[in-house]
Every structure is written in C-alpha cells, then in structure tokens.
Design a protein. Sequence first.
Length: 73
Amino acid sequence: MSKAPSTPSEDRDTMRPEYDFSGAVRGVTARRYAEGANVVVVAPDLLDVFPDEKSVDEALRALAPMLRRVGSS
C-alpha cells in the first residue's frame, strides 16, 4: 500500500535548532509505555499536598477501598 502524497506542510522541517537529539536512544521508554501509563496532571492548588507521584498513590490507595464499596452498592 502506498502512502498518500504529502502536503508541503508535512515536508517542512519544524525541528528547532536548540533541540539536540544526537545523544538520544530510540525506544528507551517504549517498553514502559507499552505496559501502560496513565498520566494525570495535578491542579496547581494541590501541589503542596501532592508534590510527587508517591503522595498521589498513597492518597488514592487510602481512598480506593471506600470508593470500591460505594461503587459496588
């Protein structure tokens, strides 16, 4: 199957000069994302309570049993 002809905007180089991927490793995080990754952005007003993923996980694990009971009623 052949690829549809590209438009001029698809052929334009949009890479900024300050981006340097010369030391990059292709696919270094691919396995982790293939396993499943959920990204949630915490609202700025909650960052003092949930500064990192560990604090968010702890809070959700504490709430999960209650929410599961309420959801199964």
